[in-house]
Ligand binder design. Structure first.
Ligand code: ZN
Length: 358
């Protein structure tokens, strides 16, 4: 018999919203900082404790600077996939990396991408987890011209694993319409497009529901990251449901005071019929894993196997894998879900909320 916690950890999942700079294990960050001569103001475990969204963004950008050679990128990617595999049953991951974060180290785009790909290929062999990369722009520190520069880098060094672009950072510093030209060009280049939008650590006037429409109509986004603030406008929610737009929700907020409210927003999105998956966002910095994020949401919201099945398959269908590959994976997911449900102890709904990272 399978306990409910073990069942939740084993449900097959897809990770669609994870930043590589936020997924560096604390001990790896400490070690690489020494090797690469990066002066951290405190040890990683301390650095990963912050009280505001803006302090978090500073910690994330600092952690990114620890990656200075292709081997560092290889290691970060491999360890990231290992953690997703061991702690939450992830079968496929689509991972953001911000080329401009690493430029101060003097590492060029081809070196960082090929380092990441080497790590991902090794992890696919070691753990059976497939993956793709999404090049990302931090709207708080980059200009629209730098988004165009990133597209040039991508065009000069095309790789099958790099399938799209994303937009992260603080929404109030770079509303969606600023990026319309770059996102249009990315669409013409055949890249998939997403953006962080309507994030709940931004006030409603900074990240209003109208940004949803800007991301769809002007940026041509295929899916969106976060999205909680659209709940303030029923017309936007209705449009998102009608169009089947997928939102990659982060199950465990980096800000302790936002964790319970975030879970209620996830419930509201789910119950409104929005298409969502549960993701980790910055698992090492936030001190979470895919399994831990799922367990905390399911414990708090009283969810069961029906919700697990819907989330599992929604994440897979929203991935940017080729349709034929998704169809094969979906048959496997359904078979795994059937087998897990058959093994589940029907009387057990207790959830272990511990974070098991290593
Ligand atoms: Zn994010």
């Amino acid at each position: 018999m399978l306990s409910f916690s073990d069942y939740l950890d084993a449900v097959p999942k897809v990770e669609l919203h994870l930043h590589i700079a936020g997924a560096i294990r604390p001990e790896t960050l400490d070690e690489l900082a020494v090797v690469n001569g990066l002066r951290l103001p405190k040890r990683a475990e301390e650095l990963y404790r912050f009280t505001s969204f803006y302090d978090f963004l500073d910690a994330l950008r600092l952690a990114a600077l620890a990656l200075a050679t292709p081997q560092d990128f290889r290691r970060a990617a491999h360890e990231c996939i290992e953690d997703l595999h061991r702690h939450g049953g992830v079968r496929h991951a689509e991972i953001f990396f911000n080329p401009h974060y690493h430029a101060p180290n003097g590492i060029a785009y081809p070196e960082m991408v090929d380092g990441l790909i080497e790590g991902l290929e090794a992890a696919e062999r070691d753990f059976g987890v497939s993956s793709r990369l999404i090049a990302c722009i931090d709207r708080s520190v980059c200009l629209p011209s730098e988004a165009l520069q990133m597209l040039d880098w991508m065009a000069a060094h095309p790789r099958d694993r790099v399938v799209g672009i994303g937009l992260d950072g603080a929404e109030r510093a770079g509303p969606p319409l600023l990026w319309a030209e770059a996102w249009r060009q990315a669409g013409r280049a055949g890249l998939r497009r997403t953006a962080h939008v309507c994030e709940d650590n931004q006030a409603l006037f900074e990240a209003p529901p109208a940004h949803f429409s800007h991301c769809r109509d002007a940026l041509g986004c295929d899916r969106l990251d976060h999205g909680y603030n659209i709940l303030a406008d029923p017309a936007v929610v209705a449009r998102a449901v009608r169009e089947g737009v997928h939102f990659t929700a982060a199950s465990w907020s980096g800000l302790p005071g936002n964790r319970a409210p975030r879970r209620q927003r996830i419930r509201a999105m789910f119950e409104a019929g929005l298409d969502i998956s549960l993701c980790t966002d910055d698992p090492a910095i936030f001190g979470t894993t895919m399994g831990h994020g799922w367990r905390t949401v399911f414990a708090d919201l009283g969810w069961g196997v029906a919700e697990a099945r819907r989330l599992s398959l929604a994440g897979l269908r929203a991935s940017w894998l080729p349709e034929a590959r998704k169809a094969v994976l979906e048959a496997g997911f359904v078979a795994m879900l059937d087998a897990l449900e058959a093994e589940l102890d029907p009387g057990d709904r207790a959830v272990d909320l511990a974070v098991t990272r290593r």
